[in-house]
Design a binder for this molecule. Structure first.
Ligand code: MG
Length: 203
């Protein structure tokens, strides 16, 4: 399986990192080795002093597809989840400065936290889902899918022009504002509406 991530999909997050608003979705990939095993803590890697959390709504692909029109995109997923796109921000900034690919800063082992999934039928609208991240009992990120520049079905249309989507692939749909650094002994919890979809210890 593969993990496809969308960058810069929330205006307030683009602004907090002083990025340009893109004309089309920014896409990068994480390999399956990036997945943090369930119930494992996240160990801050030696190569970074600035690991950022980015909480994101996830979409799990349920069948093979290519060149998927957005009108039919909803047939390609049944479940919505929540995860963290961990980012070595210090390393990413250096790579961005040089115009180099981001993978070392975005796709390292453990950088993809994948929480539980919920049937999409549980939501009255996928374009109005509240989600957030709590660290040590403080809300650090709060978002709603209505703030996405590219909605889920538009993302599927776009990415499937380049990458064949396969059963089990997961799309990270971008993070809202409020990203920041994790530190040892943080307790991190992710919520969709009132449901907790993951708990994570930082070591
Ligand atoms: Mg992200």
């Amino acid at each position: 399986m593969k993990i496809i991530c969308i960058g810069r999909n929330y205006v307030e997050h683009i602004n907090e990192l002083n990025n340009q608003r893109p004309d089309e979705p920014v896409i990068f990939l994480k390999p399956d080795t990036a997945i943090l095993p369930k119930d494992s803590p996240f160990y801050i890697p030696d190569f970074s002093n600035d690991i950022h959390y980015e909480v994101e709504i996830l979409v799990k692909i349920n069948k093979v597809g290519k060149y998927i029109d957005k009108r039919f995109a909803s047939k390609y997923y049944d479940e919505i989840g929540l995860g963290i796109d961990f980012t070595a921000r210090d390393l990413q900034s250096k790579l961005k400065e040089k115009g180099l690919p981001w993978e070392k800063s975005k796709s390292f082992d453990g950088s993809a936290v994948i929480g539980n999934f919920i049937s999409k039928k549980k939501f009255s609208s996928l374009e109005n889902i509240n989600f957030g991240l709590i660290i040590n009992e403080n809300i650090v990120q709060k978002g709603n899918t209505n703030q996405m520049i590219w909605k889920i079905d538009e993302i599927i249309e776009h990415v499937s022009q380049f990458f064949t989507l396969k059963t089990g692939d997961i799309i990270f749909t971008g993070t809202p504002s409020g990203v920041g650094k994790v530190k040892q002994n943080d307790k991190v919890e992710g919520f969709v509406e009132n449901e907790k979809l993951f708990t994570l210890d930082i070591k």
